[in-house]
Write a protein that binds this ligand. Structure first.
Ligand code: PHE
Length: 330
């Protein structure tokens, strides 16, 4: 009998205990076998034999129950240790998305002008010849059309080359004064380091009574805007030509790479061209039936801004869909 006490004490799992229980208390267990021996004993020994067996039976049962509890407590403890969930740990960073640098830059541009009460106007990417060219003082066969070659459909329809047609459509719909910007995708037959066939523009237009809008107003707002976008840069206006503005100017900022000292990006001039602008040509107002008004207009390429802000070397990489480019902005 004694060995069973040891076995119970030394057991380490519920399974082991259960095997012992069957071996001791089972129908074919050792207790049953011992009790069976009683039959062959002389009568006077039977009582003490049974008493001794019963004492073992109870003691073994008690030890077994005790051990059982002990083991299940240990098992619970180790399970709790193993499966512990430390809620004080930081969670892992999940994959977060990011705005495409072009959209991010566009948002900032829109933010600046809407804060100054410029309204947001949009139009169709497929335009007709009148709104994209003719009404903007770009008659058919005018050589300036060469600057903006695009993709043509039937019936004088085309992919718009700038968002200026939105300005024409807004002016034919609304009476002056006008204060608007037109952001959106535009299309041209270009493909190199700094040009893609599709890109985004924001064009602005302000129209008020004749004599109320001057080049000085235009200069002020564009200088302020460019400092908002690029920080502490110098701004200069260079005379230029656009069919829809007179006078026209191209606007440069001091190179954001070399701070004006001259480098490869600015072709050693210290300046980067960033937008076009001017005083609206009277022929444009004539085309939309506006009289006794004056106004200024400007236009810029969003990708060019994004490239300069984020120091992106090849504009085409913005549209290659390489996730590694976008991950840098997450
Ligand atoms: N529409 C011109 C372009 O796409 C930009 C511009 C707008 C220039 C308004 C001057 C005034 O090139």
């Amino acid at each position: 009998m004694q060995e069973w006490y040891e076995k119970i004490k030394n057991s380490t799992s519920q399974k082991e205990l259960e095997d012992i229980r069957v071996a001791v208390f089972g129908k074919k267990g050792i207790l049953a076998a011992e009790f069976a021996k009683m039959k062959s004993l002389p009568n006077e020994e039977k009582a003490s034999f049974a008493k001794e067996l019963n004492t073992h039976k109870e003691a073994l049962m008690q030890l077994l129950t005790q051990k059982k509890e002990e083991i299940s407590l240990k098992e619970l403890e180790s399970a709790m240790k193993e499966e512990a969930l430390d809620v004080s740990l930081y969670s892992f960073k999940s994959n977060t998305g990011a705005f495409h640098p072009v959209m991010d830059t566009l948002d900032r541009i829109v933010e600046y002008f809407t804060a100054l009460n410029f309204s947001l106007q949009t139009g169709s990417m497929v335009e007709d010849d009148f709104h994209n060219f003719e009404a903007l003082n770009l008659p058919k066969y005018h050589p300036a059309r060469d600057m903006q070659d695009t993709f043509y459909f039937k019936d004088e329809m085309l992919l718009r080359t700038h968002t200026s047609p939105v300005q024409i459509r807004t002016m034919t719909k609304q009476k002056p004064p006008i204060r608007m910007i037109a952001p959106g995708a535009v299309f041209r037959r270009d493909y190199d380091l700094t040009h893609t066939p599709m890109f985004h523009q924001v064009e602005g237009l302000l129209v008020d009574e004749k004599g109320k809008v001057s080049f000085a107003n235009l200069k002020y707002i564009l200088e302020d805007f460019l400092k908002y976008m690029f920080g502490d840069v110098n701004v200069r206006f260079r005379p230029s030509f656009f069919p829809f503005t007179e006078p026209s100017a191209e606007v440069d900022i001091s190179c954001v790479f070399c701070k004006g000292d001259g480098c490869r990006v600015c072709s050693h001039t210290g300046w980067l061209e960033v937008l076009g602008c001017g005083i609206v040509d009277p022929n444009v107002f004539k085309a939309v039936g506006y009289k006794n008004v004056s106004g200024y207009a400007f236009g810029l390429g969003v990708e060019r801004f994004a490239m300069l802000i984020h120091r992106i070397g090849d504009l085409r990489s913005l549209f290659e869909g390489d996730i590694r480019l976008l991950e840098q902005f997450a």
